[in-house]
Design a protein around this ligand. Sequence first.
Ligand code: SF4
Ligand code: SF4
Length: 344
Amino acid sequence: MPELKFDKAKCDNCKAISCLVKCQYMSLDKSEAKKEWQKVINGEDSFVLEACVTCYACEEYCPFGNHPFYLIVERQEEKGILPQSRPITKQAINMTTAQGKFLVGKPEKTALSFCAIPRLYTLATGKLFEDVLPSWVLGTEFFCQAMFLHFARMSVIKENLPQVIDNIWNQGIREVIFLHDECYGTFTKLAPAYGIEVPFKPIHYFEHIYKRLKELKNEIKPLNVKAAYHRNCSARLVPETDHFVDDIFGLIGVQRIKREYDHENALCCGGLLMTSKGYDLGHDVQKRNVDDMVKSGAGYCVFNCPACWDPLAEKVARRGIKPIHIIDLCKLAIGEKQAVEVTV
Ligand code: SF4
Ligand code: SF4
């Protein structure tokens, strides 16, 4: 089984212990953080393993790329600590087990990956993708597995990921445009952290739509709107892609409003919080996030992750803010229709 490349010496020499000190779901000063983190490293019991809401953020907070969150997930699994209930965990595994029911368009050297998320198929239409379509793949055979970070099941990821990589490669695909941070993060960060070789080139869809918008610049009509960006958990795996949000907004006349819960301080959508830690925390986090959008004067709430849409989009809309996926936002700017909407 692949092993996590974790360097204990980096943590021994670390002064800030940012992984835990910056955590938004526990309150630890540096000395408490150091003590608890050493327990986690040594495989001892630490309340951190129970309190962690699996928001992925410590992967971003660690300035040394030492993968604190992956270590937490490993330790949770070793100790049988389940962030989600056992039935939900089992259901997630059952629902994502490959059963030969995948769908493909006409895969070529460059292809779009919709992971196992049909909504991404709905979103990826029109001029932004006409240079790649119908080269696409969809289904559990291509499911990146990173979701199991929320379920303390690193073993499932490690077991299945090499086969998923083979499944993509065997379609003749050599460059994959991933439409979900979770996938791009898996193939650019998680796989290398375990020494799993990725033979194809992963491309983030932000980079693709930014390139397409520049090619389509004569068709862009600036939207002239203010938007709150809802930054998802898996964006924490690939913070180097965040600049594309500003770059894309700049091309289509959208202002990313300054607000408390953006960038490093982003809050979870609340979806998995409800089932892991209870409705009170889930609702509280959602309320703080949406209040912050309202207070900041946002007209739009822009989503990146389709999984954040279900728990949050309707709540945003009820507060008078238009929820929209970033692909749909770009479509509006080039005169195309929004594919995914909520009605309230
Ligand atoms: S995981 Fe990173 S931030 Fe945390 S103690 Fe180790 S080096 Fe420091
Ligand atoms: S994943 Fe999130 S909740 Fe868990 S320790 Fe890291 S920052 Fe805290």
